[in-house]
Write a protein that binds this ligand. Sequence first.
Ligand code: C2E
Ligand code: MG
Ligand code: MG
Ligand code: MG
Length: 282
Amino acid sequence: RAKHEGRNGYRFFTTEMQTRSERQLQLVNALSQALEREQLTVHYQPQISVINGRIVAAEALLRWYHPELGQVSPAEFIPAAEDSGLIIPIGEWVLRQAVRQARKWMLDGLDPMIIAVNLSAVQFRHSDLPNLVTRILDEEGLPAEYLELELTEGVAMHDTQNAVAVMNNLHARGVRMSIDDFGTGYSSLSQLKKFRIYKLKIDQSFVRDISTDPEDKAIVSAIIHMAKSLGLQTIAEGVETAGQLAFLREQGCDEVQGYYYSRPLPAQQFEEFARAKAMVKP
Ligand code: C2E
Ligand code: MG
Ligand code: MG
Ligand code: MG
């Protein structure tokens, strides 16, 4: 961008960087008090089986409302939380909230479903992750097979040896792991063989134009078919239209997630959505 600014480009660029890091500092500052001030909440978005339309899982998505900054997008504050290390306490809080909510839904008689929690690379590298996960499951009373951790490709590809060890450990404890935003990183499906992954989440950037763009059609179809031949499940993210769903169904995609079925919802609304859906015969 600096190029377009000619002579003043350099100055413009530094000013922009400065503004960006000031915002970053402001965010980190505010975020460090977000937990104690109870500004964080977790919303839940259903993951739906393409075969029978049932809710298979709920993905926990963090929300932050700050009185002056307003609603801040996770796309902006999660990186700030990662850089500052705040993702460790915040990530633990999300995990506990989500596990507790899943246990509550189970007791309240909702059909069994998996709770999927996003994990950042920083959390994954933190030494004690498997013990933390086990402790939270024990304390909240949720069997491990109901928890899924969503990892990004970077987690698996960076420090592969450690990643394999941590995944083996979590797998042995019964926790499921999926790869989020699949296709946006640099991993190949064959590399994923090393990892204890059971599901690929096809990134929404490939799904968006699936009804019109032949290349996106080809990419998504290839991912689904290769995943299948490796024994992996697939879920498409960002499904917004019946047309997208139809193509995914035709290709044999197992599950979908997106506004077509539901936006991420506060816990109470998610529960109502799930109860209404359970009454509809497939
Ligand atoms: P993600 O894990 O890939 O989550 C999917 C994102 O797509 C969510 O954005 C969700 O609201 C959005 N989405 C779902 N369906 C649709 C759709 O049909 N159309 C469109 N356009 N978008 C859809 P959100 O909630 O803003 O979160 C953004 C990212 O922030 C997440 O991407 C995840 O990487 C990160 N994130 C959110 N919560 C957490 C958390 O608790 N921990 C960590 N480490 N990261 C989180
Ligand atoms: Mg995710
Ligand atoms: Mg994703
Ligand atoms: Mg994402």
